[in-house]
Design a protein around this ligand. Structure first.
Ligand SMILES: C[S@@+](CC[C@H](N)C(=O)[O-])C[C@H]1O[C@@H](n2cnc3c(N)ncnc32)[C@H](O)[C@@H]1O
Length: 283
């Protein structure tokens, strides 16, 4: 439809150059590189350059990103069917239209409550989209670093939205490979989950070099050279992130594409995924 509105070339140039305030668009960022792989538009030239370099080493990065997001939605739906109504989604990423945690949870149980956490200001800009809750449920957004569990668990927005005396799901999807060993990721998971009651769940996904060490090693180098810490982990190392005593749900630590796939799912080559997923339950 013709709106009858035309922009001058000067206005077009201004819009093309516009960047949200407070966001450093001169350096690539993990959330925006991932957005590029998923086909989103919330990315800038340095993000696209880093993503294209990554694709040279890991040509299947788009397939892997889509498979990870599909795992997120299946895992949340699975937990909603098991009766979980509270979700703490850490490292949320840039929202994907209709494919966010609250969409999957509230699609099954409209009264589900979701608290999103990310430390990237670009995600904060999009928080409004994350807050489009079903009226029977609730969503909230916290701008915080996953490496500071107490700040997250004691945050007023979390305390208002979630009841830590009732089971909830802690979600750490495609985030812990940005936390190297010297920052003690297993300790972090323990601190994020130790206050939770029995019947709570952990959902985790994590990049691995188990299937294509050379390609994924090259991809991880692109991130590191861009200033983004990245550590790939083996199946055993991913399993070791699960707090002691928690029970792994079937099928255990599995490629995200193979974790309870949809009946009509296609199975890409494991080397084209390179990302493990798991669900665990606190007994
Ligand atoms: C690859 S995206 C994954 C998005 C989503 N979890 C998914 O699996 O589809 C990783 C997200 O983690 C966020 N992130 C990375 N390090 C973080 C940290 N230390 N604290 C909070 N968020 C972090 C990034 O900003 C980005 O949004």
């Amino acid at each position: 439809m013709d709106s009858g509105f035309e922009r001058s070339p000067e206005q077009e140039a201004l819009i093309a150059d516009w960047t949200p305030p407070g966001i450093d668009t001169t350096k690539p960022h993990s959330a925006r590189i991932y957005d590029y792989f998923l086909g989103g538009k919330t990315n800038f030239a340095p993000d696209r350059e880093a993503a294209e370099q990554t694709l040279l080493a890991v040509p299947y990065a788009r397939t892997a990103a889509r498979a990870n997001r599909a795992f997120l939605l299946r895992a949340v739906a699975h937990l909603a069917r098991l009766g979980i109504r509270q979700f703490l989604d850490l490292g949320t990423g840039i929202p994907v239209e209709g494919r966010n945690t609250h969409d999957a949870a509230q699609g099954i149980a409209p009264n589900s409550r979701v608290v999103y956490v990310d430390n990237d200001p670009i995600v904060l800009v999009h928080a409004r989209a994350l807050l489009s809750s079903h009226p029977d449920g609730e969503t909230a957004y916290i701008d915080a670093d996953v490496r500071d569990p107490d700040a997250i668990l004691d945050h007023p927005a979390l305390v208002r939205s979630l009841d830590l005396d009732r089971p909830l799901a802690v979600m750490l999807l495609a985030i812990l490979h940005f936390v190297p060993d010297d920052e003690k990721p297993a300790d972090l998971v323990r601190r994020l989950t130790e206050r939770l009651p029995s019947g709570s769940y952990l959902v985790l996904s994590h990049l691995t070099g188990d299937f294509d060490p050379i390609g994924t090693g090259g991809g991880a180098n692109v991130y590191r050279k861009s200033g983004i810490p990245m550590q790939l982990r083996s199946r055993a190392e991913v399993e070791a992130l699960v707090p002691q005593g928690w029970e792994l749900l079937e099928p255990g630590v599995e490629l995200v594409s193979r974790w309870h796939p949809e009946p009509d799912a296609e199975f890409p080559d494991p080397a084209d995924i390179g990302c493990y997923g798991l669900l665990a339950r606190k007994p």
